[in-house]
Unconditional design. Structure first.
Length: 82
């Protein structure tokens, strides 16, 4: 397995985990008091945007040629750190 494939596989696994956690957060948010619920919904929105960004990067990795792989890999590291 190439390094690129390993990165992609790891990213897919992390994305699956993030989506599962998002579903848990949404379910939990439905049972909260209104004041807490509003803040919780904001955090869920942030998580959803992060997942969407990760999906875009993952697609780029899958479609990237070897010449752009190093650039994308560095961008992915930055995304995962934040």
């Amino acid at each position: 397995m190439s390094i690129r494939d390993a990165y992609k596989k790891k990213a897919e696994a992390e994305l699956d985990l993030a989506q599962a956690r998002l579903a848990e957060f949404k379910a939990k948010g439905k049972t909260m008091a209104e004041e807490v619920h509003v803040r919780y919904v904001d955090q869920i929105g942030n998580l959803e945007r992060g997942i969407d960004s990760a999906k875009v990067k993952l697609k780029e990795v899958g479609e990237a040629g070897e010449d752009t792989w190093d650039h994308l890999k560095e961008g992915w590291r930055t995304l995962c750190v934040h």
